[in-house]
Design a protein around this ligand. Sequence first.
Ligand code: ZN
Length: 144
Amino acid sequence: MRDKRLEMLYRILIKEHSKNPSNKRTLTDATGEMEFFNPSCGDLVVVQFKLKNEIISDVCFEGQGCAISMASASMMTELMQGKTMSEAQKLIERFYELVQGNEEINTGSLKDAVYLQGVSKFPTRIRCATLSWHALEQGLEEQK
Ligand code: ZN
C-alpha cells in the first residue's frame, strides 16, 4: 500500500515538474539568495529572487536532489512570480499546513503545489517538499 501510493505520487511529480522544471536557472541580478540543504535526503537548493517594491519580480532555483525536492522547487517558483512579500509568506505557511496533512486550507491558491499533499503520509519526505519554500522564506526574512 505504502509503495503504491508513493509510486503514484512520484509519477505525477516526475512527469509534470522534475523532468522539465520551471525556473531552474541562475539570476544574474538577484537581490536575494538562500541556500538550503536537507541532510536526510541529500537535497540541495539555492533559491534566488529579485525584489522590486516588495514584489517578487522573479524567482528561480538551482540545485540537485530527489524528485520531490526538485518538483517542489519548480512549483514554488511558478507560484511566487509577481507575489508581494506578504502574499508569499501566506502561501508558504499554507503550503506547510498542506504537507502536514491539514485538509481545511484553501488549496486552490497553491496551484500545482497541491500535488505535494501526498507527502503528508510520508514524514521523512516533508523536508524534501518544504526545502525550497524554507529557503525563500528565510531569504525574504533577511530583506526586512
Ligand atoms: Zn529529498
